[in-house]
Write a protein that binds this ligand. Structure first.
Ligand code: ADP
Length: 478
């Protein structure tokens, strides 16, 4: 098939979270299976410098944007056979320090930026020399491309165009903007209705994708109500809705060949994992002690991730003997609270505020336990990385965390993590205590670690499921 993925972030070119990892890995996996794959994404600051072999498409795309006009120059990169990355260049929108925000504040022109990106996606589909079979949109940022493309094809009398699939990675982000941004789409107002792109008198980019795509997928197995105001639409589109759990790119996340680690290790050689722990303790200026259990956490510092209960649980367990390291960035109040905690508990709690891909690998490799107390987590990748790197996940039973981690109470033979149910610091602190008890029983700890490292969430299964959805051969979720 000829497939074009559209995403506002793609690893290794740009990343703020799991979306980038997923799209980068899906593109590679589909190309490896023999499909002709493109990925369209913005050209952010610094990409050109890191990838100097970008070549421009001959014809730039001139796009109307309300009463104005903006040009998208598209640059191509071929990182692998059958895989092309299309970077949409418009310095006014994308040459900035952040992808979506700076200092915790969304860019005020995000509507313009991503309406422009969606237009570039739709026009690229029409400009590509060969006809596309499938356009796969990810999250709200390219969402309007679904309606823009359908409208354009209809007006040009050009038939139905490619099948369109949208994947919802996080229903909490929908790209909702005031109605006065709608004219930037240059679509007729007929589309601005509750059956179209309107959502309580506002423009909703994710809704646009959900209404106008042929098929919708989420990255979780849909056992719970998904919500966030779009339940009605999800119910209405039930027959076109599928849940597909993300996979892990084990080429990027392999403790045996990870360039970020000084001591590679495997399930059969856990001695080197201990060396990674000592190196991590040193990197964070903690006493390098093999006997003290080390807990790690990496992630966006946002309410969704359970930051408030983790901060409180760390206070509540202050008398216990363990170390904690954190790498994260996000809301200023959370960044400050962690820095404050580290000042109050030197030698026990250490934090780095920022985004650092290599360090995130070293935390998974060096930690004994990986904490993920999310309030909600559609899929979550960090717990799966933790499993592969032998950092036993401590997770709340929500979404993908519940689907991928096995507690001893569920299945003693395959137990690979610790789960707690209630969203409270007390329940999380109990999880931490359980982890400390486990640490006190080395043979059981080793058993958990082996189970964890052997858990397999490879892309093979995920790719096969996406292909079924692309080809219309999948069965909708019950
Ligand atoms: P989400 O996509 O909701 O942020 P996931 O667990 O699915 O959560 O994915 C998060 C990804 O982003 C992981 O690869 C994680 O390591 C990475 N990540 C998040 N914050 C940071 C950070 N501050 N530095 C490095 N990597 C980070």
């Amino acid at each position: 098939m000829r497939i074009l993925l559209a995403s506002s972030e793609v690893y290794p070119y740009s990343k703020t979270g799991g979306l980038a990892d997923m799209v980068g890995a899906l593109g590679k996996a589909l190309a490896r299976k023999g499909h002709e794959v493109g990925i369209v994404t913005p050209l952010y600051a610094g990409v050109r410098k890191r990838f100097p072999t970008l070549t421009p498409l001959r014809q730039p795309l001139d796009l109307p944007l309300g009463t104005g006009l903006a040009t998208a120059q598209v640059y191509c990169l071929r990182p692998a056979e059958r895989l092309t990355i299309y970077f949409v260049d418009q310095p006014r929108f994308f040459e900035r320090p952040g992808l979506y925000q700076e200092n915790g504040r969304d860019y005020p022109d995000n509507a313009e930026r991503f309406i422009f990106f969606s237009k570039a996606v739709a026009q690229l589909v029409l400009a590509l020399p060969s006809k596309l079979d499938l356009l796969h949109l990810h999250d709200w940022q390219p969402g309007l491309a679904a309606v823009l493309l359908k409208d354009e094809l209809k007006r040009a009398g050009q038939g139905s165009g490619p099948r369109i699939c949208v994947t919802i990675h996080n229903l909490a982000f929908q790209g909702v903007f005031p109605a006065d941004k709608f004219p930037l789409t240059n679509l007729p107002w007929d589309f601005f209705t509750p059956d179209g792109v309107e959502f309580y008198k506002q423009l909703n980019c994710l809704k646009a994708a959900m209404v106008y795509s042929d098929v919708i997928t989420t990255v979780e197995i849909m056992t719970e109500e998904l919500g966030c105001g779009l339940d009605g639409l999800l119910r209405k589109r039930h027959s076109a809705l599928y849940g597909i759990l993300n996979g892990v790119d084990y080429e990027e996340w392999n403790p045996m060949s990870d360039p970020a680690l000084s001591s590679p290790f495997s399930v059969d050689d856990l001695g080197a994992k201990a060396a990674n722990k000592l190196a991590l303790q040193e990197e964070f200026n903690l006493p390098p002690r093999a006997d003290i259990p080390l807990f790690g956490n990496v992630g966006r510092l946002a309410e969704q991730k359970g930051v408030d209960i983790l901060l409180r649980a760390l206070e509540e367990t202050a008398e216990l003997n363990f170390q904690f390291v954190l790498l994260g960035s996000g809301e200023t109040r959370f960044e400050q609270a962690y820095e404050d905690l580290a000042r109050r508990f030197p030698g026990r709690i250490a934090v780095k505020i920022g985004f650092d891909e290599a360090l995130s690998h070293r935390i998974e490799a060096g930690s004994d336990f990986f904490l993920m107390p999310s309030r909600f987590e559609p899929c979550g990748l960090n717990q799966m990385y933790g499993l592969r790197y032998g950092a036993i996940p401590i997770v709340r039973t929500t979404g993908g965390l519940d689907d991928t981690v096995i507690d001893i109470k569920e299945d003693a033979e395959h137990a690979n993590g610790i789960k707690f149910i209630e969203y409270s610091s007390k329940a999380l602190a109990k999880g931490i205590r359980k982890a400390l008890a486990l640490y006190g029983e080395p043979p059981l700890l080793a058993y958990y670690r082996k189970n964890a490292m052997k858990a397999d969430f490879s892309w093979e299964r995920t790719t096969t499921e996406y292909l079924k959805v692309y080809q219309g051969n999948a069965t909708a979720d019950p």
